[in-house]
Design a protein around this ligand. Sequence first.
Ligand code: C2E
Ligand code: MG
Ligand code: MG
Ligand code: MG
Length: 279
Amino acid sequence: SAKETGKSKCSFFEQYMEENGKSKLALLSDIKKGLINNEFTIYYQPQVNLKSGSLNGFEALVRWNHPIKGTIAPDTFIPLAEESGLINKLGQFILNQACKDASSWPKHLKVSVNVSALQFTKNTLVEDIFNALKSSNLASEQLEIELTESVMINNYEYVVKVLNNLRERGVKVALDDFGTGYSSLSYLQEIPLDKLKIDRSFVEKLNVVDNTQATAIVKSIISLAQALNFETTIEGIESANQIAIFKGMGSTYGQGYYYSKPIDSASTISLINNWNNKL
Ligand code: C2E
Ligand code: MG
Ligand code: MG
Ligand code: MG
């Protein structure tokens, strides 16, 4: 559940709090201040079509440019932002900024935005998303949202309604970190989806072709996805060897440090312009 995920990531912000001699409440007020002072920024990581090697788009990943600590990774503050409800405000900023940044890319490139389970409990989510598209002039076909299985736990029917609404307008939906959740596979029949993102934990183990267990799992996730008409993205590709393996298995897209670590918005432009030369 979302609570369990929060707990497993607790050590990150516990460490932050310890190092800074701060309580949870103080960290929360730092995040609020950070939002007002524009300390949050979005980095982008390329998502690549494995068959053609072409760039399909970027995943938007939030960073905190802390005045003292420098760049802070999302695992440190997202769980607390979720726990406190502040994720709604932060999430709205992320959506607006990501759509704005993506509007300067060529029209065939997409942006994938992570939407936290808690944002699905807010009844203005669809409106927020459409407003972000409208004010940035981004085509809805250029936007994809990434959600995790934890959204399915409480407000199942509402989530289905929201996703149908978004997909009717052309927004794509990807299920993130697939294979790490606790829910049964039966929801895959009910939830309107376009894509499964296969979790990095399986991919890590597949640096060598003869890891039979990880190979079997990834292969069967890909064939499950194909049977259900979903595309797949392999997360966490770190070597050319892995590209060959997953391409051979028929995965649609790949993403990982091998192609590029997440980069700032300004750097996306030169990466886009030099992409063909790079491959
Ligand atoms: P995620 O959505 O599964 O994002 C993928 C994470 O894996 C990113 O970490 C990315 O930098 C990292 N990664 C990508 N390729 C590789 C690789 O080849 N090797 C390794 N070791 N790692 C790789 P990041 O940016 O620290 O984000 C962590 C998590 O924080 C994300 O996981 C997502 O759950 C959450 N998050 C990030 N940005 C947002 C956001 O804007 N909104 C929400 N709600 N959550 C976010
Ligand atoms: Mg993601
Ligand atoms: Mg993921
Ligand atoms: Mg993740």
